[in-house]
Every structure is written in structure tokens, then in C-alpha cells.
Design a protein around this ligand. Sequence first.
Ligand code: NDP
Ligand code: 2IT
Length: 487
Amino acid sequence: MGFVGKFLICCVHFAVRGWDFAVWASTIKGSNGKEMQRKGKIVHPIAEKAYEDVLRRNPAEPEFHQAMEEFLGSIGPVLEKHPEYYDHALLERLVEPERQIIFRVPWIDDAGKCVVNRGYRVEFNSALGPYKGGLRFHHTVNRNIIKFLGFEQIFKNALTGQGIGGGKGGSDFDPHGKSDNEVMRFCQAFMAELYRHIGQFTDVPAGDIGVGGREIGYLFGQYKRLTNRFEAGVLTGKGLGWGGSLARTEATGYGTVMFANSMLARRGESMDGQTVAISGSGNVAIYAAEYAQKLGAKVVTVSDSSGWVFDEDGIDVALLKQVKEVDRARISVYAQRKSGAVFTAGARPWSVPVTVALPCATQNELDDTDALALIRGGVKCVAEGANMPSTPAAIEHFQNAGVLFAPGKAANAGGVATSALEMEQNASRCRWSFDETAAKLERIMKDIHDGCAATAAEYGEDGNYVMGANILGFTRVADAMIAQGFI
Ligand code: NDP
Ligand code: 2IT
């Protein structure tokens, strides 16, 4: 192509970009960014360019794209206000994980057969501290899922203000139906590779779906055997007798309810007297139910991947713990053992009229139809205990209907925050009481809530916790990345 051809193409390119920018700038002036956020559209040209690069370099990774779209669709106003974030290839670096580790995990099942799973650890961003984030063992795990979780974790961890970077890992191994010995052999095989990538100053994994106290125990034992070091700060969620923190088990669920309570308080209400729908029946769901009831609410639903339970009298948390934590049974067993409780197979709990909804199971478990049903039923507050449980269309419905909505990266940050408190206790060789630790958790959740609310208000979007969380998390990470140079 000749010079004239190239010149014409350049002119067209800049004219289109200039037009995009003009449209974006007028949108932001006219509506303080409302259109941008509500439609989930990425309108800022710099963010849009970053998103195009993400799509091109990460094909066929829908959840990763979804997390990116929500984030990049939120930060237009801060890019406009702080042009320094245009430079330093900041967004280009932010959307690219610092390191991605994928490995083979061969282990022997109870029949003596070798089974091969795949292991992952995505070390996404270490600007604020060692990579920190859970391990997920679930048959749906793939690189896309781990990358979306790792990306969300960067900003969640930044919101806690505790000096932790973002990472996530896991495997397509499914602990359901496996014997304790099989789980132990899998964990040992997984750690046989992971150990060389982690450490208390490098990368500190913890639990997530399918990884609880039992798995963390086996993983820690293998790390200790391989390194010959009792390095307590290498994993969090440990047992209370060997370096774990009181209140870590409860922290994510409790923290989510604390966040919901703070949102309601801004409208002169509280959790007291609310009727609550919770999805899931694992670690987050159980302790969200426990704390909601402590604050005077009535929790009427829980679920698992097979269906959901409606218990009009309020979920009996002691029975729920027995069924899920001790017996490791399906949620239908709860309904078999509790008179008046009803189990519905193959469906989700969002059709029940409630005032508060806490999705605590998994990503995209609450869609636009569910959101409309909840709104019709009178919901006024939704706080995400799970990571990205609401689809973009569901979030749009909640925000348009004036429902208080807290994204997971803010509302479920209590788990990782208490993991950081566990690291603090490990480093100082101190041990705090339950009340002391829970009080610190409560302070952190209040600060996250207030920080998100103040940031949203500063950018003209009062009450928009999605924008508040994304902008506040982003600026903390971005400032550190700029200070640390091009790495
Ligand atoms: P658990 O493994 O303890 O429990 C997961 C629960 O979600 C189970 O009831 C499980 O049911 C259900 N579930 C999983 N996948 C699906 C699915 N596809 N459809 C319906 N239900 C499903 O995990 P956690 O409670 O720890 O994690 C729940 C959520 O909270 C996840 O999104 C996780 O990333 C997030 N989170 C967890 C934190 C923690 O500290 N543990 C911290 C912050 C966020 P079943 O047994 O049938 O699979
Ligand atoms: O998603 C999450 O924040 C977690 N699974 C907890 C991570 C941690 O390091 O405690």
C-alpha cells in the first residue's frame, strides 16, 4: 500500500476515535456516567481499547470477559478525572496476569487407578503485596474461571487495605463423592507442583469452592513435608490448633451480612426484621445465614446444585451445619430432617418474596428473570457473598429499580480480609480471641462499605456500589503500579 493509502487509513482511524471520544465525553458530561455504568458498556476509548485487547488475546473465556467488562465499564470517570492513568500502559498491564501456571496433577484413586487432573495458579497482580486468593476444586474449573476470579481478587484485596495482591488457583478435581484418602492423595499431588510457586512473601492460597478446612490441612502437610519448614503464613484457613485464625471460617458469610447491614443503615433500616433468601449451603451460605439470624432476620432459603429448600420458619443453622459440614450430604437431606421444610429439585431460590437476597453459591447463578422475580417480590437489598453471582442484566435491573446492590468484590471481602488477619497473627506469633478478630473484621467491612459509598458519591453516582468498589480498588492498585515502574 502506498503512502497516500496509509495516510487515508490513518485519517479515518483518528476521525472514528475522535468521534468515539466526543460521544463518550458528552455522555459523561450529560449524565455523570450513568449511561456508561447502567448499560455495562465500555465507553471510554482507553478502556475500550484495553477490552478489545483482552478479547483478542483471551479468546473463548466468557467469564473473564464478563469480569473485565464490568470493571472497564466502571472506571471511565476516573480515567477522565486523572489523565495520569492513561499513561504507563497501566490498563494493558493490569489486564494481563503477571504469571499463569498450569500443571498436570496425577493421583491414585481408591481403586488403584491413576487419575489425571489439571492444576492452575494465576498470579495476577502483586502491586500491593504477595498474591492472595483461594483455590477452587470443582469440575467446571478452567483457565477462564481462574482468571476471572483472580482479576476480581485484585480489587477486592485492594479494598481491604491490608497489603495483599491478587491471585487465584484450583483444579477441575471434584471432591464430591471422593473418600478422605482420595482427597488427601489429590491434595498431596496438587501441592507437589504448587509448592515451588508459593510462600508467605510470594503467594498465599486459601479455600474457595470445594476447598475447606480438610483440604487446607492436607495441602499444608504436604507443603511442610516438601520444604521442611513450618511456614504458617503460606496458606490461610488453617486449623485452629496449628496457625489458623478464629473467625476465619465465619468471616465471608458474616462480612457479607455486615455489608448488607451497612447498606440498609444508610436508608435508616437494618437486617433486623428482614426476610432473607440465601443460595448455596457451603461455607459462605452457612455463616451468612447464621449472622443474618443473629441480627434478627429470618432466612427462608438455602440451596445446592441439585435444588433449593424453603423453610418458612427460618433455616435451622445447627441442622444445616450437621447436614453439610459433618455429613457432607445433599441439601435435600435438610428438608427430610426438618418438618415444614420443602425441597424443590433442579431450581433456584429466587422466586420466594423476600426483602434481602444473598447469592452465596457461584458465578451467574442469578439472572435477569431471577432479578425481576426478586424485585416483584419486594427485594430492597442484594449483597453478593459469591464471586460474580449476578449476571450483568440482573445487576442492571437491580440498579434501575433502586435496589441496594453490593458486588462480591466489596461484599464478600471479609473472607480474604480475615485471611490477612491470620497472616498477621502468623507473622507476629500472636493469637487473638474470636471477639477481637470479629471486631477487626467488622471495622474492615464498615471501612469498605464507607469507602465504596464515598467514592461513588465523589463520582456523581451516589449509591452505585459497583462503581464505588471498582474505582476505589483500581486507584489503590494503579497508584502502586505507577510508583513501582514498568514491571
Ligand atoms: P463451598 O464449596 O463451601 O460451597 C459452595 C456451595 O455452592 C455449595 O452449596 C454448592 O453446591 C453450591 N454450588 C457450587 N456450584 C454450584 C452451581 N454450579 N450451581 C448451584 N450451586 C452451586 O464454597 P464457598 O461457600 O466457600 O464458596 C461459595 C462462593 O463464595 C463462591 O463463589 C466463592 O468463590 C465465594 N467466596 C468464598 C470465600 C470463602 O472464604 N470461602 C470468600 C469469598 C468468596 P454443591 O455442593 O451441590 O456443588
Ligand atoms: O474469593 C475469595 O476471596 C476467597 N475465596 C478467599 C481468599 C482468601 O485468600 O482467603
